[in-house]
Every structure is written in C-alpha cells, then in structure tokens.
Design a protein around this ligand. Sequence first.
Ligand code: FE2
Ligand code: FE2
Length: 356
Amino acid sequence: MLARGKILFVCDDRSYVNRIKEQLSGLGEYTLITESTAQAGVMSLEHNICDLVIIRYAIPDLDILSAIGDFKKVDPDCVIVVLLEVEVEGQSNQYAEVGVFETLGWPVKTDKLKFVVEKGIKLHLLLAAGRKTVQGLKENNQALEKQNTLLAKRIEDSTGNLSRLYEDLRSTYMRTIRVLAQAIDARDHYTHSHSENVARYAVAICNQLKLPAKDVELVRQAAELHDLGKIGIGDSVLLKPSALTASEWEQIKKHPTIGAQILEPLTFLGGVVDLVRQHHEHYDGSGYPEGRKGDDILLGARIIHVADSYEAMRSARSYRKIPLMKEEAILEIKLNSGSQFDPKIVDAFLKIVDNL
Ligand SMILES: [Fe+2]
Ligand SMILES: [Fe+2]
C-alpha cells in the first residue's frame, strides 16, 4: 500500500516547493499544501487537518519559536519539521527542545525525506489517537461521575426513606406498647396513670443528675413500660384487696422478668429491656428478680425504683385505700436510703420532690 498523508509546507521559495513536490510524488500519495508565510500556514492548518508541517527556516522575518507555538495552538499534536539551508550535525536536538520533531538540510536527500515524512505522519496519527483515547476516557469518567452522583443521591434518598419508615415503625411500636402499659395500669383503677407518673418523676431525677439526653430518653421509655410484665399476673392476685400469700408474692415478683421477655424481641428498645428487668432490685441486694446489688444495678433502674416506690406510696392501692401523705412518703424514701435505694438517687430525688 502506498504511503499517504497531508503535508503543509511553509516555504517562500517556489524552487524548494517544486523540488519537495517532485520528491514526494515518487514516495507515495501525499497531498501537499503550500503557504509562503508562517501566518498563512497557521490559518491553513485551522482549516485542514495536516499530518505534518514542514517550515523553511530561511523565510525572511520568520520567528520560528512563535511560529511553532502558533501551530501547536491550532493542533497540539502538530508534528513540525524544520527545513534548514544546511544540515548541521546535532542541530536536531536543539530544535527538539522547542517542540520540533526533526530537521532536514537542503537539498533534502530523498531517502531521508521518506524516513522523516513516514515517521512524522505515524507519530501524528499516534498522538491524535492517544488524545482521542484520553478525551474518550475523560468523557467516560465524567459520565461515570454523573452516574455516581445520581446513584449516591438515590441511595441517600432511599436511606432517608428507610430511616423515616424505620422511625415511623419504631414510634408505632412505642405507641402500641405504651397503650398496652397504660391498659395494664387501667386494669386496676388505683394504678391508673401509674407508669405515666413514674416516667415523669424518673425524668425529673435524671435531669437533676444532669444525665445525657439519650440516657434520659431511655429511662423515660423504660419507666413507661416498667410494669408491662403485670400482663402475666391474674386479677385475683393483682387486684387482691388483702395481704398476699407467699405464693402470690412469688407471682408478683415475676413481672419484671415477664416484662423484659415481652420487650426483648424489639431490638430497637435496646437498653430499655434491662432497666425494666431491674426496676425492683434493691441497693443492698434484697430486691428481685436477680438480687443485684449497688452499682451492679443499672443507674436507670435505680432511678425508676425510687420514682416507682414514691408514686406507689402517693397513690391509693387495693390493699391501702388512702395514699401516704407527701411527708410520710418522703420519710419512707429517706429511711430506706442506702438499703432499698441508692443514696445518690435519694439525694437527687429530695431536691426535686417539691416540684413533682
Ligand atoms: Fe413494678
Ligand atoms: Fe410500678
């Protein structure tokens, strides 16, 4: 196959043009565009994609460096050959530093011209192909980045929707359980609003102790649900107007465990379950169901225990129709500080009791 390509020859001397044209015609199917000034050559390159630009160095007033710059501006891959009047050994290296591909000396030997033209055209093709690939990669990258952004946005939206759904589900669960707890309180008209009051007192103690908001919320939820396990205790025991027998007491003592078992599958309740389980533990280890002692009882459970006991004393019960007076209930809490109750919690309670 014959070599082919488009060559722009910037030369002001007709005899040079004719000679090069003649030499090229014997080498392949080359299209030769000729211009007599660098400026005209640059304009020509703007309209024609050329594989090679040959510039005659001896053109009067030619500023070869700015001409090279102008050609490269039009085509950054432009392959430039400088035609010198005389070929000087080692001159190509100096020109290479300013972006010239090769130099030729006049008169140009045909085999040298063939070699330089073929190599130059191949280089231009390679550079152009490389640039196209890089451009293609850039475009692909941009498209991928765009897709990534869209995807990230979709994921963000979906996550937001899921979080909202989860939050809805969680609050629906909470409402259901709260209603259940309130229904249990309402089984006995004496304990109506018991859990609600316990939650209010417990939160007040938490705030007095300056607990973090997250912990206060946990205590509030646990306080609202603390007697949920009473669902498993019959009315005959729960609503008994007289003293309980030993076996009836044993039944009552099961309610913290039953409550915890009911709540355990609801993983989102997290720490609430253990607070419910421990709300009847005593500071000195005499409580139930596990007989935990001191700091081995969760702080939240120790708080709920004080709030629960005070609320129970201040309300009428089936076994005690008249509630204790405020002073009597406070005295009872004080008397049991250090045995049934954690003294630190009692101290905090005493500071807020007047505002309850
Ligand atoms: Fe209880
Ligand atoms: Fe209670």
